[in-house]
Design a protein around this ligand. Structure first.
Ligand code: WT7
Length: 668
């Protein structure tokens, strides 16, 4: 196993691989399921013909495509390249044209309890208005628009309005700081930013616009940004600073805009969006997705993995649109399939810990897609809370973002799913655009804790260091050996980094960055990242990025960050810092150490965002390094997880670990 192998999911691995519980689909579920076992056979017989059929069945093309895949410029794929289409037309207009305008697209539930119901016909009008408003602000096909919004209906409208005019959107999660926002705006050279005065969070308005103002303010030593206008949604009504020539209220712009708009038909490979995600270096990667292949796989997976029946289901994915899950399974997948869905603005425990289950009861949610960390939080709050609500409408449960431990899986099925619902544990990444590995409800006998099998049309395997497939029972690296429609087309502005990051570890095949095992049945178990990427509450964070943030503080000389296993969040950020000489004694006593910890945590929140705040910061005199100067994070993880420190013989100075352990305060 490589030096950086994540140990999180390995704990208890031997138990996992002996998992014998199996939950085959009920005959009733299987009989009505969208996905049948034949789907695997069809895809195996002719993979490209299979994808061409999905593209034709699930997407409406303005000009039909004649070529399914062009892999001649690998690793940049071209899918359905001579077809033309529009993503917003597919998500909205075609349903209205088919007479479904009165179907509810979105049941919106604000955190304070305000609600809004949006039909497909209303969505069409709003998206058309917003597209006209963007055009009036000078946004043209190909221009980039940054979206920095809370989870409100306007976020969906904004994304679709961009798609309608062929302007790639770059959604930045509302929890990222002004600095993080600025670097994303600069990298994408955005023309317009769409934001809100604020959103509701834990019972109070939380401002967003000030971060945009700060991100766009002139900064010493930095080029001015390319942003010409800021479109501001009024959500909370809080006082908002205004730059007259630049800022425009969303409601003013939409009010005066026409309610019809002709979609811009784009080529299948036209960029649909950029979404920044953390990698192993300090600089986030702008993952680029294009239109035709992405929409095909988003719709296909949403229909088959969740068994969506658009006429009767009420679907709810709890992800924020700031993450890829929100792109593929709040916006594009469900809307392409004409689904009725719930969007909830706030946190699961506001104003009480039963809020989610209250929402399930209220809207009769039938399909719920969430993250293991949320399930573990609910387990901690106690099963008497969900027990107070009627959850009998639920018929499919999904999980995403990190490995789900079998205990949480069993709880999810029993307490939330009434011992009745299939659970789909879906493995995928920002880069893959859509679900890749997952059981199919109605087909697969589910195993708690395993994502199990590549979907029909996907070729995945677990390989060893030499790229050889491991036998059943073996472990190694997860790879994707054939191109897939929703695969990333590159990293914005950095094709070389795209090749280096994903295609050079095993030439010609995609390296996902995850460790994995195959059990005796050949089912795949994901084991966490094998690179310097952490997974905290299903969110990807880079150790290097947080280290850079820490050393940018004047009192820090050196920093090393590790992801330590955490019962609730999967991994937690633990930082080891060496203070600069003149500040070294600041952490000498407990009060001093606590003050340093607070100051540095706030600094990381300012540099990246509150999600990146280390849970613990330990001030140490030295860091364990190899003779070539590489920090041995494995040893620090041992310390962070309160384990006996492992083999330290390759350290340049083998006494360092004793020094660190001896000097540490009790964990705070
Ligand atoms: C990384 C991708 C895909 C949307 C959410 C995260 C981990 C994701 C699972 C799963 C085990 C999982 C992997 C992957 N991951 N889903 N079902 N089982 N691990 O997207 O931020 O791009 O992170 O999340 O480590 O590489 P992301």
């Amino acid at each position: 196993m490589p030096e950086n192998e994540s140990t999180t999911a390995q704990t208890g691995l031997e138990n996992l691989l002996h998992e014998t519980r199996s939950f085959p689909p009920s005959p009733e579920f299987a009989a009505q399921a969208n996905a049948k076992p034949e789907l695997y056979e069809e895809a195996r017989a002719d993979r490209l013909a299979f994808w061409a059929r999905q593209a034709n069945d699930l997407v409406t093309w303005r000009t039909p495509f004649t070529e399914t895949l062009d892999w001649s410029q690998a690793p940049v794929a071209r899918w359905f390249a001579d077809g033309t289409l529009n993503a917003a037309y597919n998500a909205v207009d075609r349903h209205v044209e088919a007479g479904l305008g009165d179907r509810v697209a979105i049941h919106f539930e604000g955190e304070p309890g305000d609600t809004r119901t949006v039909t497909y016909a209303e969505l069409q009008r709003d998206v058309a208005r917003a597209a006209n408003a963007l055009a009036a602000l000078g946004v043209e096909t190909g221009d980039r628009v940054v979206i920095y919004l809370p989870m409100i209906v306007e976020a969906v409208v904004a994304m679709l309005a961009c798609a309608r005019i062929g302007a790639p959107h770059s959604v930045v999660f509302g929890g990222f700081s002004a600095d993080a926002l600025r670097s994303r705006i600069a990298d994408a050279e955005a023309k317009v930013v769409i934001t809100a005065d604020g959103g509701y969070r834990r019972g109070a308005p939380s401002a967003l616009k000030p971060a945009v103002d700060e991100a766009l303010a002139p900064k010493e030593g930095a080029e001015p940004t390319t942003v010409e206008h800021v479109l501001v949604v009024r959500r909370t009504g809080q006082d908002t600073a205004w730059t007259e020539s630049r800022d425009v209220w969303w409601h003013d712009a939409l009010e005066s805009a026409d309610t019809t708009h002709t979609p811009v038909w784009v080529e299948a490979e036209h960029p649909l969006f950029i979404l920044y995600t953390s990698g192993t270096t300090g600089k986030p990667k702008g993952i680029l997705h294009t239109t035709g292949g992405y929409l095909t796989q988003a719709a296909y997976t949403h229909r088959n993995v969740f068994d969506l029946k658009a006429e009767t289901d009420v679907y709810w994915c709890t992800a924020d649109i700031g993450w890829v899950t929100g792109h593929s399974y709040v916006v594009y997948g469900p809307l392409l399939n004409g689904a009725t869905q719930v969007i909830y603005e706030g946190t699961p425990d506001s104003p009480h810990q039963g809020r989610w289950w209250e929402i399930v009861e209220k809207y009769k949610v039938s399909i719920l897609y969430t993250a293991p960390t949320a399930i573990r939080a609910c387990m901690k709050w106690g099963e008497e809370i969900p027990a107070k609500f009627d959850l009998s409408s639920l018929r499919v449960l999904g999980s995403v973002g990190e490995p789900i431990n079998p205990e949480a899986w069993m709880w999810y099925r029993r307490v939330i799913g009434g011992d009745r619902t299939p659970i789909v544990d879906t493995w995928w990444q920002t880069e893959t655009g859509a679900i890749m590995i997952s059981p199919l409800p109605g087909v697969t006998a589910a195993k708690p804790g395993s994502a199990q099998v590549p979907l029909p049309g996907i070729v995945a395997d677990v390989v060893d260091d030499e790229a050889h497939a491991v036998p059943n029972g073996g472990g190694g690296y997860l790879v994707l050996s054939e191109p897939w429609p929703s695969m990333l087309r590159g990293i914005w502005g950095d094709l070389q980094r795209f090749t280096d990051t994903y295609w050079s570890r095993f030439p010609g095949i995609y390296f996902a960055g995850d460790g994995a095992k195959k059990d005796e049945d050949g089912d795949i178990w994901l084991l966490g990242r094998v690179d310097d990427v952490m997974n905290v509450s299903g969110h990807r964070l880079s150790t290097t990025e947080i280290e850079s943030a820490l050393v940018s503080h004047e009192i820090v000389a050196e920093a090393a960050v590790v992801g330590a296993s955490d019962d609730l969040t999967g991994q937690a950020v633990v930082a080891f810092v060496i203070l600069r000489g003149e500040h070294a004694d600041r952490a000498a006593d407990a009060d001093g150490a606590a003050a340093v910890q607070t100051e540095l945590r706030n600094h990381v929140a300012k540099e990246i965002g509150p999600i990146a705040k280390p849970k613990r910061i330990l001030v140490v005199p030295e860091l364990p390094k190899t003779r070539s100067g590489k920090i041995m994070r494995r040893l620090l993880r041992d310390v962070a997880e309160n384990r006996t420190v492992g083999d330290a013989t390759t350290l340049a100075d083998s006494s360092v670990m004793e020094l660190i352990s001896a000097g540490l305060q009790k964990p705070s």
